[in-house]
Design a binder for this molecule. Structure first.
Ligand SMILES: Nc1nc2c(ncn2[C@@H]2O[C@H](COP(=O)(O)OP(=O)(O)OP(=O)(O)O)[C@@H](O)[C@H]2O)c(=O)[nH]1
Ligand SMILES: [Mg+2]
Length: 534
């Protein structure tokens, strides 16, 4: 308690107890030199002025709060909550309007009984070398089952030579497929598991089969739509849906033209119906882009604040459903995190404070999962979210090692990172974690660099934390030192200003304290000069 009272005179009577609480409070105080201490009953709330409220400040104050509470409130928070603290400059209603109005027809709401068609490319440039049609089909089934109100009715793998051409299937195959679909009772949609169907194919299929037709892009977007919570996610989804709306418009106009409608001029406006619709779509796209740009600037600001406050940032990434959220939950003890056996359960970037063996506080960033064969537009729309990865101090690549596609998934993740232009320094220091080892009998790690864990059973976490700490110290060029300070001098406040104070152990008898700091070599040099002999 002595340490606490030193940092916060009112904390002597608060419910924070012990060294862990002291460390958290000290770390919280070290973020900003002058938090206001508000005391109610036996609790102390640390408050910072609005303008300087940062991600770190919240992370650590939440971390401190977590230590003193018994129930499991949320400790993670999204950048959006942060934005709300600093003043909303994009209206909720504006985003909701864009989001709610726009869902492409057939995907919004409603139930679907789905027939899945998996083209099996036998040869040519599109042949998948690392996967099989059966595994792709299994993933397609997984995608459909992720949606509460969608069910798989039947499925088929069909050979094709040219999935990218106008005609995906040969004439004979297409005919027997059409018969099968028409004869299967209760089908309301067909999911053709290719990256993207051309508007023409989509129209042709819908006409032949008499039901809605989805491709991988539209199914994944629908999952995103169902899971979106924050403004940024909603805007990004709205943007990614524009190409779908555009092809739908083309199809509708094609249909109307057959009846002589779409290309007629509307009452003296000089525009055809098609042109008006296209213009409206363009205007909507510009609106979304400008709102996203505002959020991007905000994100940039937050990022530089994070950097300034020097809490190391560890981004946790990997294929969808590999266990990223579960691992962060295990590393931080954040009970509010909710891992789900679902593809794309996490869509919003959330940040969670955790402690390493030396009690260094790091921020774990939970990211959106990757998926193979997703069109670039989709990735582009989410690049702002994934951009965070590039600005981390360290990356953890989580792999579901029990998955039959584990190797293929790794290749996919590395490709996405390459496309995102993640700096070499981050990919070369990236820690590879083999998760779900509990699902593999006598798991033997064949890759010497990888760390085997079971996030669910909390195994292998201490080893992982050790490695994270080692890499953080390497990558930030900082080290952790225990410095003995004289409390009657300005040493402690100097350290609060120039380094990250992780822990303070006060020795009331001689008025000294042992301070654990994360400090750069340059700052340590200055410290030794200023306080010689310490
Ligand atoms: N058996 C076992 N299951 C695990 C382990 N880690 C995660 N899981 C399960 O895998 C499923 C997915 O976990 P999440 O943590 O939500 O995975 P994620 O990578 O965050 O998924 P997305 O956010 O959807 O990309 C959940 O049902 C978890 O309980 C593990 O070590 N062992
Ligand atoms: Mg997740």
């Amino acid at each position: 308690m002595a340490a606490l009272s030193r940092i916060c005179p009112g904390l002597g009577s608060c419910t924070l107890r012990g060294q862990r609480a002291a460390a958290a409070a000290a770390a919280a105080c070290s973020l900003l030199p002058k938090p206001q201490h508000a005391h109610t009953g036996n609790t102390c709330k640390l408050r910072w002025p609005r303008a300087t409220s940062t991600l770190q400040a919240r992370a650590v104050s939440l971390c401190a709060r977590r230590l003193k509470r018994e129930d499991g409130q949320q400790t993670g928070f999204t950048d959006e909550e942060e934005e709300e603290e600093d003043g909303d400059f994009i209206e909720d209603s504006e985003v909701e309007e864009l989001f709610q109005q726009q869902g492409p027809e057939g995907t919004t709401g409603g139930q679907h009984r789905v027939f899945i068609v998996q083209p099996d490319v036998k040869w040519g440039s599109r042949k998948q070398h690392l996967t099989t049609a059966e595994l792709m089909m299994a993933e397609a089934v997984g995608l459909v089952n992720t949606l509460d109100s969608w069910r798989v009715v039947d499925k088929i793998i069909l050979s094709t030579k040219t999935p990218e051409k106008k005609r995906i299937f040969g004439k004979g195959n297409f005919q027997s497929l059409t018969e099968k679909i028409r004869q299967t009772a209760g089908i309301t949609a067909v999911f053709v598991n290719v990256e993207r169907l051309s508007p023409l194919s989509e129209r042709e299929f819908e006409e032949a089969w008499g039901v809605k037709v989805f491709d991988r892009y539209s199914v994944v977007l629908h999952i995103f739509r169902c899971n979106a919570r924050t403004k940024e996610a909603k805007l990004q989804i709205s943007l990614a849906e524009i190409p779908l709306l555009r092809s739908r418009l083309k199809n509708e106009m094609g249909n109307m033209d057959q009846q002589g409608g779409g290309s007629r001029y509307i009452g003296g406006s000089g525009e055809t119906l098609f042109e008006v619709q296209q213009r409206l779509l363009k205007e909507r796209e510009l609106k979304i882009r400008s709102a996203l740009e505002k959020l991007r600037r905000k994100r940039h600001l937050l990022r530089s604040q994070r950097k300034r406050n020097e809490f190391p940032i560890v981004s946790v990434l990997g294929y969808t459903n590999c266990g990223k959220t579960t691992l962060i939950k295990a590393l931080t003890g954040d009970s509010a995190l909710q891992p789900r056996n679902q593809l794309f359960a996490t869509l919003d970037v959330t940040v969670h404070a955790g402690q390493l063996p030396s009690r260094m506080t790091v921020l774990y960033v939970d990211t959106i999962g990757f998926l193979s064969q997703l069109p670039h537009q989709l990735i582009d729309s989410f690049s702002a979210t994934l951009d965070d990865i590039k600005h981390s101090d360290l990356l953890i690549h989580v792999r579901d090692i029990s998955h039959p596609e584990a190797v293929n998934q790794k290749v996919n993740v590395l490709n996405v990172l390459k496309n995102l232009k993640v700096p070499d320094r981050l990919t070369s220091s990236m820690i590879e974690v083999h998760n779900k080892t509990d699902l593999v009998n006598n798991y033997q790690c064949a890759e010497p660099e990888a760390l085997p864990v079971s996030a669910l059973q909390e195994r292998g976490l201490d080893e992982l934390k050790e490695v994270v700490e080692e890499e953080i110290v390497n990558s930030t060029g900082k080290r952790i030192l225990d410095l003995k300070v004289n409390l009657s001098t300005s040493q402690l406040s100097w350290l609060y200003k120039e380094a990250v104070v992780q822990d303070v152990q006060v020795n009331a008898d001689d008025g000294s304290a042992v301070v654990k700091v994360l400090i750069s070599t340059a700052a340590y040099g200055r410290y030794k000069k200023l306080f010689p002999g310490r």
